[in-house]
Design a protein around this ligand. Structure first.
Ligand code: ADP
Length: 257
């Protein structure tokens, strides 16, 4: 299982890079393509028109590459039925060696038989990141609690988010009694390479966010300095492709024609 996790972690970084790069490249290429298009129609100077065609063709090739890069970042993910009980018993085993004696860990799984569509390895990866962060935030020991519950989210829950689907959600919470975070840390939490640790990468939470997002879910954080931190992950239990993902796909397919 650990080999698979390492592999997943590598893939995760690659997918994150590919996703970010595709986005930036697309923003660069689209105006280029448009410029080439208008030059190509330039009647008075055939040389300019030829250059326009060149710009256009290269831009188009670039966009096609971006397209396949994005489908790589998205599509290589293997969807399967994840059973909550199986997810957490495997996760418990994985964590065993990493919990210091001063930290107590508690798993409160409301419904081990619950199954939902997702990727077992990615979810493990995400939970691992959150739990290792939690443990590192409890240098003098403390309590780590992971709990699951199911709920209907209120209509205004996603108001400031890409997503707006109503329906039933699975919530996985990772709660620690550690150092907590102040406003300044909270503000930068999900930025790439943001870390307060000497040997941190600042990629852990970004990767979690991507994984939760690719499951059509969202992530919330609540933290009190000196008291502890709570991460809530919300996964839709019905219709799991996010509106934003669909829109991205549509845009891309439209512009690559
Ligand atoms: P890294 O762990 O490599 O620093 P992350 O993206 O996982 O990268 O985390 C970024 C920062 O967020 C951490 O350096 C830390 O300051 C803060 N952080 C994350 N989780 C917690 C937590 N449970 N308690 C306190 N601070 C946290």
């Amino acid at each position: 299982a650990e080999v698979e996790l390492v592999r997943a972690q590598r893939f995760e970084s690659l997918a994150m890079l590919a996703g970010g790069l595709s986005h930036d490249l697309r923003n660069l290429l689209q105006p280029l393509l448009l410029a080439g298009d208008s030059l190509q129609d330039y009647q008075d100077d055939p040389r300019l028109a030829r250059l326009g065609k060149l710009v256009r063709d290269c831009g188009k090739r670039g966009l096609d590459m971006v397209h396949s890069m994005l489908s790589f970042a998205r599509g290589a993910r293997r969807a399967e039925q994840v059973r909550l009980g199986a997810l957490f018993s495997a996760f418990g085993l994985l964590m065993q060696g990493s919990i210091p004696r001063t930290v107590t860990m508690e798993l409160a799984i409301d419904d081990p038989e619950l199954s939902f569509e997702g990727n077992h390895t990615e979810l493990q990866q995400c939970l691992l990141n959150l739990c290792l962060n939690a443990i590192q935030a409890m240098p003098d020991g403390g309590h780590l609690r992971i709990e699951t519950s199911q709920m209907d989210l209120p209509e205004n829950f996603f108001l400031d988010e890409e997503q707006s689907r109503l329906g039933r959600y699975l919530r996985i919470s990772v709660v620690d009694s550690g150092l907590g975070m102040d406003e300044k840390v909270l503000e930068h939490l999900f930025e790439p390479f943001f870390t307060t640790k000497e040997a941190g990468t600042g990629l852990g939470l970004l990767s979690c966010k991507r994984i939760v997002g690719s499951h059509g879910g969202v992530m919330r954080v609540d933290s009190v300095p000196g008291r502890g931190t709570r991460f809530d992950l919300y996964f839709p239990l019905e219709g799991q492709v996010s509106d934003e993902q669909m829109e991205m796909l549509d845009n891309l397919e439209g512009s690559a024609e």
